[in-house]
Design a protein around this ligand. Sequence first.
Ligand SMILES: [Fe+2]
Length: 335
Amino acid sequence: MSSAPAALLDAGLAPATTPRHPPRLAADDLPPPPLDEAELLDLAPAQAAERAAALPLSTRFRLRAEITPVQQAFLDRHGFILFDRVASRVEVDTILAEVDRAEAELLRSGQRKVFGVPVWFGTDPDGQPYLQRMGFTSVLSPFLARFVRHGRFEPVRKLIGQDARIGDKEKDGVVFNRYVRAEGSLRPDLAWHTDALRDLFYNRRMPGPMLNVGLHFDRIRADDGGLRVLPGTHTQSGFSTLFSKIHFVSNRPDPREVAVETWPGDLTVHDGRMWHRVQGAPVTGWASLRRSMYVPYVCDAYQPKGEDSPTPLYMRLFDTIMRWRQARARRRLQG
Ligand SMILES: [Fe+2]
């Protein structure tokens, strides 16, 4: 992990601000050290694959200037990989404060879409409107636009493709999620799904590897809920993608699932073709808060969006479901 002030300085980033809800983390709660790869950097692909197969699924890796053979093999085999605290604590706090600021601006202006993608507001544990998901976050935050382009993410970009670019004005842009469990919250969890469906809507065909790059802002133990993935299912057939589970309906634990445990600043890459879900927190209130941000890396033809972009069909469908859930939650609160 780079030292916080140095990383901020060399990116020319803004000074830190305090978010409304900083990550809750005990001072002595440190992650296990990332895998020491000093002796493994020159492994041939076959040896790296063997080494990766022997590693526990909870292995944490350190992001270096290049993706290592073992990291590549681990990702190829399991469909996901976790990098230890790629963002410093200062950067984590600053990004969270930027999202607080964007939320306040959206509430003030009444704007409910950014570049055609609906912004979802739910109700927080204090009964106030609470931003739960927004697309194109970096459009509303110059700090974030610079942060996602920082040189340390170059190996991640190249992992997606030599010509990959940050699509912060394409697809849904940089997506910020805030999950909190309260009466009236729109998104206590997210059922099993693959991201291949979204690609079917956008590109009208089954996608090749689709790597999702996520930054995690909270300390999440397996018991706290959070991201669950089914390792190895990224290479499943189109048939299995469509029919082995029903998208966005079941959220039952699967015996083969892995809980992705995170510390603030961790970065994950997961292949969107694999089955994944978000397990809701077992508690309600601010203790259940979990935040993540997904950075889109794009290889296809440049298709920027703007203020006048229409809402994609699949987003309109989601928006209808979210409005219905919100109305139901309101009725419950009143009744
Ligand atoms: Fe997903």
